[in-house]
Ligand binder design. Sequence first.
Ligand SMILES: NC(=O)C1=CN([C@@H]2O[C@H](COP(=O)(O)OP(=O)(O)OC[C@H]3O[C@@H](n4cnc5c(N)ncnc54)[C@H](O)[C@@H]3O)[C@@H](O)[C@H]2O)C=CC1
Ligand SMILES: O=C(CO)COP(=O)(O)O
Length: 322
Amino acid sequence: MSQISVLGAGAFGTALAISLARSGRNITLWARSSEAADAMQVTRENERRLPGKAFPESITATADLRMACEAPVLLLTVPMQQLAEFCATNKTLIQHKTLVCCCKGVDLKSERGPLAVLEDTLPEADIAILSGPSFAVDIADGLPTALTLAGRHQDTVDRLQALLTTNNIRLYSSLDPLGVEFGGALKNVIAIACGLAIGAGLGESARAALMTRGFAEMQRLALRLGADPATLSGLSGFGDLVLTCTSKKSRNYSHGLKIGSDVAIDPAVTVEGVATAQAVTHLSQGLGIDMPITTAVTQILNGQISISEAAEVLLARPLKRE
Ligand SMILES: NC(=O)C1=CN([C@@H]2O[C@H](COP(=O)(O)OP(=O)(O)OC[C@H]3O[C@@H](n4cnc5c(N)ncnc54)[C@H](O)[C@@H]3O)[C@@H](O)[C@H]2O)C=CC1
Ligand SMILES: O=C(CO)COP(=O)(O)O
């Protein structure tokens, strides 16, 4: 039996599996398609989602979820908008496990993050959130990074910090899972905003302003939701914001960049910030929290305003103290 199973064989799940396996853990990597699982077992790579990154021997790829869920610790790496349904459908298999959620987003239907989704569906599970600056391809290449592992209980967090730290991933712990998950989710929306701005030729000063004021609105919402805004100054928040707002490796940033420069987008690519922008715009309006950049991203993505109109609206807002 594996120590850890990774549920969801996308780019990130595969990269985490590789890093953990290289650091001596036995890993089961679960894919929902048996063709995909069989191909990974034979070729020892995930040709579709993370090509060219060889699997260590200690990874077993399978489509047998029952077998994968024999491991005591399960990493959830399905996209955010699939998380609630995945957990509800497979409740009996995962409800008594330690679950580490690795997805970054806000559920469009409930307008809540992964913690609330998991706690509602699986009240008996031990839940943690893993987030921070980490491109799948970098992790799989063995490049170093640092992430935050957060949970409500010190003992869970301590145990997982030791178990999931690898040769190239240094884990910091936190007891503010809400702050950590919202840092990871909200930065995706700001990354789209930055991509839109750069794509439309608004310049790097505009990007820096969007990152800074975007960070302010991320903290505002997190505070209102009960998180510690200081958590967002850490790896999952500031750290991930810097990474995704400045790199073409980010799918969220690239999505904005393509729209801003009129390049066709690939609908098969996971861009978490699109649904999260919609969810957070609606959520923040209901809560009376001012999130002008997130709102502008939603309006641009919905075709309600152009990028130049959004820039005019943002510049014309009433003047205020920083
Ligand atoms: N790719 C990256 O560099 C990073 C991604 N993440 C987060 O990880 C999450 C997953 O992203 P990626 O792995 O990159 O996405 P991906 O697009 O590479 O893969 C998503 C995978 O989920 C599977 N899937 C979709 N719906 C499913 C369902 N209902 N049941 C089972 N499997 C399902 C797909 O078949 C696919 O293999 C996202 O929330 C993302 O924000 C976090 C850090 C880095
Ligand atoms: O979250 C990520 C890096 O930390 C990956 O960002 P993208 O989903 O925008 O590619």
